[in-house]
Design a protein around this ligand. Structure first.
Ligand SMILES: [Zn+2]
Length: 431
């Protein structure tokens, strides 16, 4: 059938209408763009700034969530993401880990922040407590650089690009993968066992490592990494466990005296996600230990309590509990909750004895908190008040090791763990 003239013309009319409509939209877009540029001259976002920087890679394991920009003077400003505490003004930034991809041979200035933390409801100082940072060309071998105070609440790092990539970290990273690898190595020993005692908020397994015989005369409970930015305890645990599994005479003597129970990564989600302090529900896992944990918001603590309750039922509670952290002081936190005088005296006596043994047998020189020290709700005070376990917080100085006159490193912390085996043996022998 022959098409009418109109039918033949229709596609052409349609096309003309579409073009007219598109022209109108384009014209409107141009008008709005002109209105914006008239109000506020826009930078040319189509041209990359003149910088040797190619990328800040936060896809690596344990990397800190961040965004960045290159300032007019070439400084690379890296903006880290805060952790926020539930029902509290508290917010924390202290972890950083990322990989800088940039032109080899160039020097870069990195400005990190913000570090205007809120701590126990108060501003925690304009500059963070960090005086050093770690860098690495391969993500394996790390070296220390100075961290300079920058404008309020920021830190400046000056780095040189030996190659196309440079890893930058607050401390030598200890990742979830590293823990998995460590677990897979130690299970070959007949003296080691691993199990899951519950799930984290994200649904990860909460690990328990058991070294020795569960019916040994004494039991030690160690928790590490309740705060995600603080890897020191993980390195200490590795050193201690490896020492105990060496299958020599000193190790056999230790394991004849005590069994070691370790929850190596209490805030596993925070580590996996490169966060600083709180768990994924905004809970501080070293708070609220003066009451039963809320399984909905602090499942990691609820799991530890359920495990301790099972030990209590079997009359096998730990004699001693140590919670490893990092800070800028490295002291033993010996806080005494409201308990009867006899228990208090025995506890303080044991803590003093332990401090003496640490000074004798390790590089520890930092000492303990003063006799009036209190930090209610920490696991140390909570386990003492609610379970009768002689427990304390062991901070590890994240800037300097006085006893070695050196910067902290994974190597020094592992050595400390190895030395700790003998400290524990002597602690129980003297009892
Ligand atoms: Zn901590």
């Amino acid at each position: 059938m022959k098409k009418t003239g109109f039918e033949e013309m229709w596609p052409g009319i349609t096309l003309a209408l579409i073009i007219a409509a598109q022209t109108l939209v384009a014209a409107q877009t141009l008008v709005s763009a002109q209105a914006i540029s008239a109000a506020e001259p826009a930078a040319d976002v189509g041209t990359p700034p003149p910088s040797p920087l190619r990328f800040i890679d936060t896809s690596i394991e344990n990397a800190s969530p961040a965004w960045w920009e290159v300032a007019g003077d070439g400084t690379i400003r890296i903006h880290l993401t805060y952790d926020h505490e539930r029902s509290s003004p508290n917010r924390a930034n202290g972890h950083w880990l990322f990989r800088v991809d940039a032109e080899p041979g160039t020097d870069l200035v990195l400005s990190l922040g913000p570090f205007g933390n809120i701590w126990n409801g108060r501003p925690a100082g304009p500059v963070p407590e960090a005086t050093i940072s770690f860098i690495s060309d391969d993500g394996e071998t790390w070296r220390v650089i100075k961290a300079e105070p920058d404008e309020p609440s920021r830190l400046k790092l000056r780095v040189h690009m030996n190659g196309p990539s440079l890893y930058v970290a607050r401390l030598e990273p200890y990742t979830v993968s590293r823990l998995e690898q460590f677990k897979s190595h130690i299970v070959f020993s007949s003296m080691a066992a691993t199990e899951s005692i519950g799930k984290t908020a994200d649904g990860r397994d909460l690990d328990l490592i058991v070294i020795g015989q569960r019916d040994a005369p004494h039991r030690v409970f160690i928790r590490a990494r309740a705060h995600a930015w603080e890897p020191g305890g993980n390195w200490v645990v590795e050193g201690l466990v490896r020492r105990l599994l060496r299958d020599d005479e000193p190790a056999r003597k230790c394991l004849a005296s005590y069994c070691l129970f370790v929850v190596p990564m209490a805030n596993k989600d925070g580590v996996a996600r490169g966060r600083t302090r709180f768990n994924m529900k905004g809970r501080d896992l070293n708070r609220n230990w003066d009451q039963p944990a809320d399984p909905a918001t602090a499942p990691e603590n609820a799991a530890i309590e359920a495990w301790l309750d099972s030990l209590r039922k079997a009359n096998r509670l730990p004699d001693l509990a140590i919670d490893f952290h990092n800070d800028a002081d490295g002291k033993l936190h010996v806080g005494v909750p409201e308990i009867d005088d006899g228990t208090k005296a025995a506890y303080l006596r044991n803590m003093k004895r332990l401090e003496t043994l640490l000074r004798e047998k390790t590089w520890f020189t930092e000492g303990s908190t003063s006799s009036s020290f209190r930090n209610p709700g920490t696991i140390g005070e909570g386990l003492l008040a609610r379970y009768g376990i002689h427990a304390f917080i062991h901070e590890l100085n994240a800037n300097w090791i006085g006893g070695l006159n050196d910067y902290p490193s994974s190597k020094h912390w592992q050595t400390y763990g190895e030395q700790f085996a003998d400290v524990l043996l002597a602690y129980f022998e003297e009892q």
